[in-house]
Write a protein that binds this ligand. Structure first.
Ligand SMILES: Cc1cc2nc3c(=O)[nH]c(=O)nc-3n(C[C@H](O)[C@H](O)[C@H](O)COP(=O)(O)OP(=O)(O)OC[C@H]3O[C@@H](n4cnc5c(N)ncnc54)[C@H](O)[C@@H]3O)c2cc1C
Length: 420
């Protein structure tokens, strides 16, 4: 059968990291490709990643990524095999981007400029003729015998295969407003309710408000699920009504899930994760003996900022001034316990709009993870955060965007090539 000609073989909606990588992967297969992007430039969210420094991936092999992205690891496995974290490094290195690995395994450009990462992606699009049409907000897409008609406010584009890479629903000012959900629903896909993750958590305890703005470079947040305990370590910041920062963000990935079934999630904070209880107790005895006229809060300043030291002293002793010479053993043990396991009750996550990543989106059961193609509509593919998949802090979510984008791009090109 003679096929009607179309504007492009593959049309990608969204020029975020997933959409851009999809375009690069598809065009190298020799098919014609376009991206439709509602903004006037690509990668608006990418430009603010990692506080503008862009944590582009994480150290580790595919098995590590599959494990760390639990419970989505197995779904993501084929995408990680198609474009691994190692290949991400090689891709950017080949374009002259030098990277470094931080203490916790996160990988950043040496320049610490997300703009450099974005420029490379934009520069690579078009090597084989792919184009980006900016200021084209896709309103709808329809399927017909020859493929799809994609309708923007200004134009209609026809294509054989379509990749939806419109991102999640957080930070809507960057363009990620959840438009892809409606497009997917039109083709019969189910949407898992979107909620924010990798975000601050609101706590029931009022005392956190007194520590607002205080940042601690390393804490351990312990969360018990049934008989298993998980500890999330890293930097933590006290917000006005709870906790934020990388360690709290990683807790949010699990806590948000639990809060679907229970009213609160109990955690404990270890303010000194590298010192064991016995050692801490001995250190306190030693410091108190050496400085009998000092306040307990003054001794604690050796390890903690002033505000936290004062809070811990008041919390245990109930008075503002407590001298080390009048600090009995039961109180010392209580203080050790407060430092090593301060209880905190998490009651909800921060708003979706302010979350780093959206959990939920297009149901992954209806997507063939080996190709990223819809199981419900031939020629329709998905990539990136628009899908109900996510990873922890540390560069995992960009890697997910790159890997799923690459696999969707390759698969869409192969799908089109078979039709030709
Ligand atoms: C503040 C912040 C910091 C982050 N830091 C990191 C980090 O350091 N490391 C990390 O791994 N992850 C980080 N993330 C997460 C990461 O940015 C996302 O997971 C990633 O950008 C998702 O890529 P995507 O291409 O799927 O979607 P997006 O980046 O959201 O891109 C989607 C694109 O689609 C476009 N679009 C949407 N609807 C339409 C439409 N109807 N028509 C046309 N175009 C449309 C949007 O304008 C946008 O350009 C961070 C996120 C935030 C908010």
């Amino acid at each position: 059968m003679q096929r009607v000609s179309v504007d492009y073989d593959v049309c990608i909606i969204g020029a975020g990291p997933a959409g851009m990588m999809a375009a690069i992967a598809a065009e190298t297969e020799g098919v014609s490709v376009c991206i439709l992007e509602k903004n006037t430039h690509a990668g608006r969210k990418l430009l603010i990643t990692g506080g503008g420094r862009c944590n582009l991936t994480h150290i580790g092999d595919i098995d590590d990524f599959v494990r760390d992205c639990y419970p989505y690891g197995n779904t993501l496995k084929p995408a990680f095999y198609a474009f691994s974290p190692e290949q991400t490094g090689a891709f950017f290195h080949e374009q002259g981007l030098k990277t470094y690995v931080s203490e916790n395994g996160s990988i950043f450009p040496e320049s610490e400029q997300a703009g450099d990462v974005c420029r490379i992606l934009v520069g690579q699009i078009g090597q084989y003729g792919a184009v980006v049409h900016y200021a084209q907000q896709v309103r709808a897409a329809e399927k017909n015998d020859d493929g799809f008609t994609v309708i923007t406010e200004k134009k209609r584009f026809t294509c054989r295969a379509m990749i939806v890479a419109t991102g999640g629903k957080s930070w809507p000012q960057t363009g990620s407003t959840g438009d892809g959900y409606e497009m997917a629903q039109y083709f019969g896909h189910g949407i898992v309710r979107p909620v924010g993750i990798l975000c601050p958590m609101v706590a029931r305890e009022a005392w956190v408000g007194g520590l607002q703005g205080l940042s601690l470079p390393k804490v351990g947040i312990r969360l018990k699920i049934k008989s298993k305990a998980r500890v999330f370590s890293g930097e933590m910041v006290f917000t006005g009504d709870g906790i934020g920062g990388p360690a709290a963000f990683d807790v949010s990935r699990v806590a948000v899930e639990l809060l679907n079934y229970q009213e609160r999630v109990q955690v404990t904070i270890d303010f000194l994760p590298d010192v064991q209880r016995d050692e801490l107790s001995s250190l306190l005895i030693e410091r108190c003996a050496a400085h009998p006229k000092k306040e307990i809060a003054g001794v604690l300043c050796e390890w903690f900022p002033k505000r936290l030291s004062a809070f811990l002293q008041t919390c245990i002793c109930g008075a503002d001034r407590v001298l080390t010479c009048a600090f009995p053993k039961p109180q010392r043990l209580k203080l050790v316990e407060a430092i090593k396991a301060m209880p905190l009750t998490l009651i909800r996550s921060g708003p979706l709009e302010k979350a780093t990543v959206t959990r939920g989106g297009i149901s992954r059961n209806e997507i063939n993870s080996k190709t990223m193609q819809s199981r419900l509509c031939q020629g329709l593919f998905f990539a990136g955060e628009v899908i109900d998949i996510d990873g922890p802090c540390g560069g995992y979510n960009l890697q997910i965007a790159f890997s799923t984008g690459f696999l969707a791009g390759k698969s869409a090109a192969q799908y089109v090539s078979v039709l030709k």
